[in-house]
Every structure is written in structure tokens, then in C-alpha cells.
Design a protein around this ligand. Sequence first.
Ligand code: NAD
Length: 301
Amino acid sequence: MSATVAIIGSGLVGSAIAYTLMLKNVCTSIALIDIDENKSQGEVWDLSDSLLQSKIAHLKVGTFADTKQADIIIIAAGIRQSLGQTRIALLDTNKKIIEQIMKEITPLKKNACIIMVTNPVDILTYLALKLSGLPSQQVFGSGAILEGMRLRNFISHKLEINPESIQVYVLGEHGPSQFPAWSISSIAGIPITQFPGLSTKDFADLSEKTERHVYEIIKSKGSTYYGVASCVSMMCENIIFNRNQIIPLSCYLEEYKTCLTIPVMLGQNGIGKTYIDQLSKPEKELLDYSAKSIINSSTQS
Ligand code: NAD
């Protein structure tokens, strides 16, 4: 099966995504596109040194024209948070960048999927959807999938249980109003709220630690990219291999008129079924609140 991926933004996130896709043999062709072509060239040369570890057929410096043939377009272009800065603070600058990119890349292949990574990811996923001309099932963002992975790791360390046995979902905004949906989370099939070794205080602490963790990483090393790269690679695997995994990602919900993270089935046509009716009433209210927060932030810019 051949699958072509175009990554827009050859910065830390874009190049980490390329590296992950290569080593996991997710696709056959990758084009790295950036307004700074020299940067893309440097990354392609550096990445090429590990081609022997990959079955990928083509890796190249791309132009926006390459997005026209791409099955998946990943957008990781734009400024990132610096220490003490919120994701929303990036909106004005990154909105202009996404508008410019969408002008360059549309129209896309009818069955292409766009994965938005640039922050603030919920608002920019919605912007890309509006400008893409594609159905909402094919335009989505990494959302809070990364926070779900982090939460899973924290629970794994606390209970000394392999994270593969743990299913948790962080939903809503990729930002301060996000929340772990404990009612649909489990460990080895046991509802997580009944699992031995976790107190009410632990749930609150784990949730707070998950939201704060990005700032700890930024404080230590300036930016984050490996985690999101592995999440995006998993999203691509689901599309390319029609895996139909149920994963949390940021997608458009007509009910809210915005994009936010909910559990969805992801396969070759993009988003299939979505699962929000299964949330508890308080969690549904948290989702409503998250949607309002995202809409408020987007209209304030
Ligand atoms: P970076 O500065 O390393 O790279 C950004 C790249 O975008 C640069 O190479 C720049 O030249 C390029 N660029 C800017 N404008 C462009 C345009 N019009 N067309 C093409 N390329 C353009 O930044 P980074 O660390 O790679 O972060 C990129 C984005 O990803 C940021 O917005 C960051 O907040 C976001 N991010 C999201 C998550 C998530 O979970 N969603 C996680 C980490 C980072």
C-alpha cells in the first residue's frame, strides 16, 4: 500500500513527526515543507542518515504543490509557546500562518485528511476545516490525545502497571478546561474509579499534573515534540492501515460549532463514529464548558 504524507513545518515538531513515521514505516513517501527551505533541506539530509532503518521509499524537501497529491497533510507550522505563555497567546500569529497555508494548499485531493498540530490546535483545526473544502470527518487535530498519553504514564508509574493495560481519555479543550473522562476510563476492563489504589485525591492530583506537565517540559528544555510526534504517527497509522482504533482527537461537533477533543473511531475515511453520549452528566457539562471556553478565546482574538 502506498501512502503519501506532506508535513508543513519542518521545525522541531514537524521533523520529529517525520522521524517517527519513518522509523515506524507508516507511509511510503514524506515531503517536508517550510517557508524556510534551507531548514527543510537540513532536516531531510539529517533524516536521510537513518533511511537504512526505514522502508520508506521517498523523503524529500517539498513545496506546497506536493500537498495536492498527499493522502495526509500534517500542519505543524507556526510559533510555539515560550515559558509562561499560554497556547491562546499564539492565536493571532498562527491564525495568519494557517490562513496563508490553506490558501496555498487548497484544493486538496477529495479523500485527503488534514491533521492540525499547530496551537491553539482546536481553534486552528476549525479554521483549517472551514478553509479546506473537505468534509469535517477528514479535518481534525491532535487535540488532547497527548495529555491522555501523559495521564496514562502517570497512572502507570503510580500503580506500577504497564500503560498498555490502562485506557484513559482526556477530553475537551487542548488547554486549561480539558478534563479526564473517568467515567469511560478503565484498567484491565475494571472501571478506573473502582480500581484499587486510587483515591479521590489521586484523581484530582493526576488531572492537575497532566495539565501542568507541558509547562514543566518547556521549563526544562524549551519545547515539546516527541510525545506529539508519536501521537500524530498513531493517527496516520489509523488512517493509512484503516485500523479503526478509538482515540481522542479534536474534531468538529455541530452541537458546539467548534472543534474539541472527544473519543472517535479513526480509519481510512477519517473520523467514523464518535462517542460522547457515553459520558457521565457532569463530564458532558465539562465538555459544554470547554466548548464555550474555546469559542470565547477564538472570538476574543
Ligand atoms: P518550530 O519553531 O521549531 O517550527 C515551526 C516551523 O514553522 C518553522 O520551521 C517555521 O519556519 C515554519 N513556518 C512558519 N510559518 C510557515 C508557513 N507560512 N509555511 C510553512 N512553514 C512555516 O516550532 P515547533 O516546536 O515545531 O512547534 C510548531 C507548532 O506545534 C507550534 O504551534 C506548537 O505550539 C505546536 N505544538 C503542538 C502540540 C500539540 O499537542 N498539539 C505539541 C507541541 C507543539
